[in-house]
Write a protein that binds this ligand. Structure first.
Ligand code: ZN
Length: 177
């Protein structure tokens, strides 16, 4: 059965580590971790989560875009586990958009990301997959992928003026969209 995993927050050194390659995807611990991450991200109103955020330093992330209270305009998709992911190509276009992070509660940042990326990853059944993502889903992937290298979204702020509290973000950005 999937369980809720406690999410670690900025300041915890595990968030700053480079995560380890997953050697055996069929390993019971990894499969359980995937189930727990999916349960946790849905429950927390997240659109993505990376294994290091629950103190499991593996190259494993979940993209789970769907409209929710924190991201009312997110596109709907089935939660997908991506293991040992890599960005194999990207657009030259970079777009800025608002991000938050379950490990940095209460803070939003206007962060530049590639508009389109081509990624390669292994799915939970061990199949190698190639996929293209654009706009918001590309943004989620890049944010979660950063967690695997110990990078947090605030590291990518171009200017501290691009930060807001969650409360001001809800008032100024979400309600004016
Ligand atoms: Zn995050």
């Amino acid at each position: 059965m999937a369980e809720l995993a406690p999410i670690i927050q900025l300041g915890n050194p595990t968030l700053r580590q480079k995560a380890a390659w997953v050697e055996n995807i069929q390993d019971e611990h990894i499969q359980q971790l995937i189930d727990d991450l999916i349960t946790t991200v849905v429950k927390a109103n997240g659109v993505g989560i990376a294994a290091p955020q629950v103190a499991e330093s593996y190259r494993l992330l979940i993209v789970a875009s769907r409209p929710n209270a924190r991201y009312p305009y997110a596109p709907e998709m089935e939660p997908k586990a991506m293991i040992n992911p890599q960005i194999i190509a990207h657009s030259t276009e970079v777009v800025k958009g608002w991000e938050g992070c379950l490990s940095v509660p209460g803070i939003r940042g206007f962060i530049p990301r590639y508009q389109t990326i081509e990624v390669e990853y292994t799915d939970r059944n061990g199949q190698l997959q190639t996929q293209e993502f654009t706009d918001f889903v590309a943004r989620i992937f890049q944010h979660e992928y950063d967690h695997l290298d110990g990078i947090v979204f605030v590291d990518r702020l171009e200017n501290t003026l691009d930060m807001m509290t969650e409360q001001e973000y809800q008032k100024r950005i979400v309600n004016n969209a």
